[in-house]
Design a protein around this ligand. Structure first.
Ligand SMILES: *Cc1c(COP(=O)(O)O)cnc(C)c1O
Length: 367
C-alpha cells in the first residue's frame, strides 16, 4: 500500500498553544452578564466612532486606503509624531506578528517575561523562532533577568508596559536601562496597550526612546481605552527602516474601511478618553481597597484590570470563585496559562459590575 501523503505544517507550528480568549458567555439561566474578561472599556466606544462607522456603511463596496493615511495622520497629530513612522494594523496583535515575521530567522530567540502577554510567545513560535522566558520579580518585569536571557541568537525582546495580566509597570528609567544593555541588532518592542490608563510620574509609553534609537518600536491599540476591540485597530511607532520593512510584509489592506473611520473619530474624541481615564482611576482605586478587605491579595495595578489572588485552601480557589461568579453573571479571566493557577483577572467594569463582584466575593468567601 502506498503511504498516504498529506500536507504537514512547518516545523514548530504544532507546538504552538493556541491563544484562548476570555469567555464571553456565562451559561444558561444567568440574568444580566458583565463581561470583565478582556479589558474592554465599560463606557463603550466613543459616540463619534459609532456615528463614523454608520456613515461608512454607505460606501462598503470600496477598498480601504491600504496605507491608512487618514488614520496615521490622526494618530500622529494626537501624539505629536511623524505619520511616516507609524504603521497601522488589524489590532496590535497583527503588528506583533509582523515584527516577529520580519525580524526572526528560524532558530532566532525572542525574549519575553515570565507572566508576559502570551501573544508574544505564539508569534515567536509561528515565525520559527525560539521563545525564551525571563523571570520576573514581584510579578514585575526584571531588567537584569531580561538582559541575562539575551544571547547572540536573540533578535527581539518584548516588554508589555504595563503588563497584562499583572497590571504592573516599569518606570521609564528601567526601560532606558534595558535598552542601554541590549546590543544594537536586538529589536526592543515596548507594548504600551494600556499606556493611557497609567497615572504615574515615572511612566512613559516610549515615544522619546523610539525617536532617539534605531532598534525600538512602541505598539499601541484602540482595543482598550478607545473601546474598539471589535474593530481590530492597532498601530506601531518606529524608526523609518523598521516601518518600511513591516510595510513590505503586511497584507495590502490590513486595516479595513470601518476600522479606519472608527479610529479617526476615536482619536478626535479626547473627552471620551478623559471620561474613561477618570472612571478607571476611581474604580481601580476602589477595587484595590475593597478586595484586600475580603482577605484577597491583589497585585498593584496601573491599568484597567486587577489580578486577584485566592487563598491556597481548596474551597476558595480561583476556579471555585470563577464558577461562583459566572453563575451570577460576572465573567472574569482565568490566568493559569500565565503562571497564575490560583488567580483571576478582573477588568474594571461599570459601577454596577464592580460593586456586584465585591458583593458576590464577600458571599463566596463566607461559605
Ligand atoms: C489587549 C492587549 C493588546 C491589544 O490587542 P489588540 O490586538 O490590539 O486588540 C496588546 N498587548 C497587550 C499586552 C494587551 O493586553
Amino acid at each position: 500500500m502506498e503511504k498516504t501523503l498529506r500536507p504537514e505544517p512547518r516545523k514548530g507550528v504544532m507546538d504552538i498553544a493556541a491563544y484562548v480568549p476570555g469567555k464571553s458567555t456565562a451559561g444558561a439561566g444567568v440574568g444580566k452578564v458583565h463581561k470583565l474578561s478582556s479589558n474592554e472599556n465599560p463606557l463603550g466606544a466613543s459616540p463619534a466612532a459609532k456615528e463614523a462607522v454608520r456613515r461608512m456603511t454607505e460606501k462598503m463596496e470600496f477598498y480601504p486606503d491600504g496605507a491608512a493615511t487618514r488614520l496615521r495622520e490622526a494618530i500622529a497629530e494626537r501624539h505629536g509624531l511623524n505619520p511616516a513612522n507609524i504603521i497601522c494594523s488589524n489590532g496590535s496583535d497583527e503588528v506583533i506578528g509582523l515584527l516577529t515575521q520580519t525580524y526572526l530567522n528560524p532558530g532566532d530567540e525572542g525574549v519575553f517575561t515570565e507572566h508576559g502577554f502570551l501573544v508574544y510567545k505564539i508569534y515567536i513560535q509561528a515565525a520559527g523562532g525560539v521563545p525564551v522566558v525571563a523571570r520576573e520579580s514581584r510579578e514585575t518585569a526584571d531588567v537584569d533577568a531580561i538582559l541575562a536571557a539575551v544571547t547572540p541568537r536573540t533578535k527581539i525582546v518584548f516588554v508589555a508596559n504595563p503588563n497584562n495580566p499583572t497590571g504592573t509597570y516599569l518606570p521609564f528609567e528601567e526601560i532606558r536601562r534595558l535598552h542601554a544593555g541590549l546590543p544594537g541588532n536586538v529589536l526592543l518592542v515596548i507594548d504600551a496597550a494600556y499606556a493611557e490608563y497609567v497615572r504615574r510620574n515615572d511612566y512613559e509609553a516610549g515615544i522619546e526612546l523610539v525617536s532617539s534609537a534605531e532598534n525600538v518600536v512602541m505598539t499601541r491599540t484602540f482595543s482598550k481605552i478607545h473601546g474598539l476591540g471589535g474593530m481590530r485597530i492597532g498601530w506601531a511607532y518606529g524608526p523609518a527602516q523598521i516601518i518600511d520593512a513591516l510595510n513590505r510584509v503586511r497584507a495590502p489592506f490590513n486595516v479595513n474601511a470601518a476600522a479606519i473611520e472608527a479610529g479617526v473619530a476615536a482619536m478626535g474624541d479626547r473627552a471620551h478618553v478623559e471620561r474613561t481615564v477618570l472612571h478607571n482611576e476611581k474604580w481601580l482605586n476602589w477595587l484595590s481597597e475593597e478586595l484586600p478587605k475580603l482577605g484577597l491579595r491583589v497585585t498593584p495595578s496601573v491599568a484597567n484590570f486587577l489580578l486577584i489572588h485566592f487563598p491556597e485552601n481548596g474551597r476558595h480557589s480561583a476556579a471555585a470563585a470563577d464558577e461562583y461568579l459566572l453563575a451570577r453573571g460576572y465573567i472574569l479571566r482565568r490566568v493559569g496559562a500565565y503562571g497564575f493557577p490560583n488567580a483571576l483577572r478582573m477588568t474594571v467594569g461599570t459601577e454596577e459590575a464592580n460593586r456586584g463582584v465585591v458583593a458576590a466575593l464577600t458571599e463566596f468567601l463566607k461559605d
